[in-house]
Design a protein around this ligand. Structure first.
Ligand SMILES: [Zn+2]
Length: 432
């Protein structure tokens, strides 16, 4: 084992770090997190303090979280609420997208102001629980297009999902072992195609969040060949785990429940293809943390399991190990998908997503020879478990630097809550 990186403070306020044999990589930019979020009457257990502690220790130096607009609420009020949740707590820098919960005329009229304030991205859901209807989606896309806002889409066909869940309830197949069956790839592929068609109809730009299956990827690839402005993001759990994790049933299976579900090995292979081809540009964790106890509420009924898994602390080493170390993607593709591309798409580049003069000095010293086993007891998430627990991984971050300050070293947090700053984002685009 090589000795840990040494640092030596010198006069004049700079510090020399011995990074011999280490990779210097831009810090991770995870544009898909849900910290301190209320979902279905529950509050996710990682707030901006523990969530960004996990991020710092895992090599993620920027996050974009989702503020959520309630019905009748203005978008800016929703953002203010989330800014309050984050203020004084974060260890790394953070920005916000806004989830549109109410596609009213007032909401649409507010979108240009949002851009001026530094929030050039919105999100819409196509599932019925959080949906705003297809006309609402088209209206949001149209308003977004006019001011260069990218619309993030959770693409699953809500009616198909509801139909499947109803049938499974009637058949008594509600144990988490059957979860994947309740959200078929077909429902994701259909909604992905439809979202892309709506975007094409009005000339909008869409970003498909957490793409998980081959058929949805095919829709994205086909659209990109036609010149439609669509981006796609996938998650570490889809790249490294499959639906076999549900086979045990009960709480153990519930720990892996998120939306979309884990998919087949064939889907997983397609996602790596997508990263290689460039049709998938970004990787985001969709970090939403629940304790095992919260997850176990649905041990016999998957419809009662809160969606989501923690992911901020392990994603960098999981993607590196499963991707780069196993020869599936190049180091360049890894950096692009984990840092540079999401920074570019969401208006953070070149401040974030690169190591360059004038950028923010967010970087990770990464040891490609450091082998480790994921131990959920050593992680900073309050979930208390990790979907990759027990994974043998090749390579890991040794040191995380955020705006020139060391915030984590060898998996230990050496930062202080509140040093992370709120980020306004500005995208460049051609106004038509
Ligand atoms: Zn999400």
């Amino acid at each position: 084992m090589r000795p840990p990186a040494r640092t030596r403070s010198r006069a004049y306020g700079f510090r020399e770090i011995d990074a011999t044999a280490l990779l210097g990589l831009p810090g991770g930019v995870d544009v898909h997190t849900h910290l301190d979020a209320d979902v279905g009457g529950l509050r996710s257990v990682d707030d901006f303090e523990s969530g960004t502690a996990a991020a710092a220790c895992g090599g993620v130096t920027t996050i974009c979280d989702y503020a959520w607009q309630q019905r009748g609420q203005s978008l800016t009020v929703a953002i203010e609420g989330w800014k309050t949740r984050a203020a004084g707590r974060a260890h790394v820098d953070y920005g916000f997208h806004v989830i549109v919960g109410d596609a009213s005329d007032q909401t649409l009229a507010e979108i240009p102001r949002l851009v001026d304030l530094g929030y050039p991205s919105l999100k819409v859901f196509m599932i019925n629980e959080f949906g705003i209807g297809d006309q609402g989606i088209m209206r949001v896309l149209d308003a977004a297009r006019k001011v260069g806002v990218v619309v993030n889409v959770h693409a699953e066909n809500g009616d198909m999902l509801d139909h499947c869940a109803r049938g499974m309830r009637a058949a008594g197949r509600l144990d988490p072992r059957y979860y994947a069956e309740s959200r078929p790839a077909l429902a994701e592929a259909e909604a992905t195609r439809r979202a892309i068609d709506y975007a094409a109809l009005v000339g909008a730009e869409v970003y498909i969040v957490h793409l998980s299956c081959a058929d949805a990827l095919e829709a994205v690839s086909a659209a990109r060949r036609r010149g439609i402005r669509v981006w796609a993001e996938t998650r570490p759990i889809y790249l490294a785990l499959t639906e076999e994790r549900y086979a045990v049933g009960g709480t153990e299976a519930a720990k892996f429940i998120g939306a979309p579900p884990l998919r087949s090995g064939l889907d997983q292979a397609a996602l790596w293809d997508g990263l290689r081809s460039g049709d998938i540009q970004a990787i985001g964790s969709d970090n939403t943390s629940w304790t095992v106890e919260q997850k176990s509420a649905g041990a016999r009924d998957f419809t009662r399991v809160p969606y989501g898994v923690p992911g901020l602390e392990t994603e960098m080493r999981v993607i590196y190990s499963e991707g780069v170390a196993k020869g599936r993607i190049s180091l360049q593709t890894f950096v692009a998908a984990f840092s540079t591309n999401p920074a570019r798409i969401f208006g953070l580049y070149p401040r974030k997503g690169t190591i360059a003069v004038g950028s923010d000095a967010d970087f990770v010293l990464f040891d490609p020879t450091r082998d480790s086993v994921v131990d959920e007891r050593q992680l900073h998430s309050r979930a208390g478990y990790d979907p990759f627990h027990g994974f043998h991984l090749a390579g890991g971050p040794v040191m995380t630097v955020s705006r020139g300050e060391i915030v984590a070293r060898d998996g230990q947090l050496v930062s202080r809550a509140g040093r992370g700053v709120h980020l306004e984002r500005h995208r460049t685009f051609d106004r038509d």
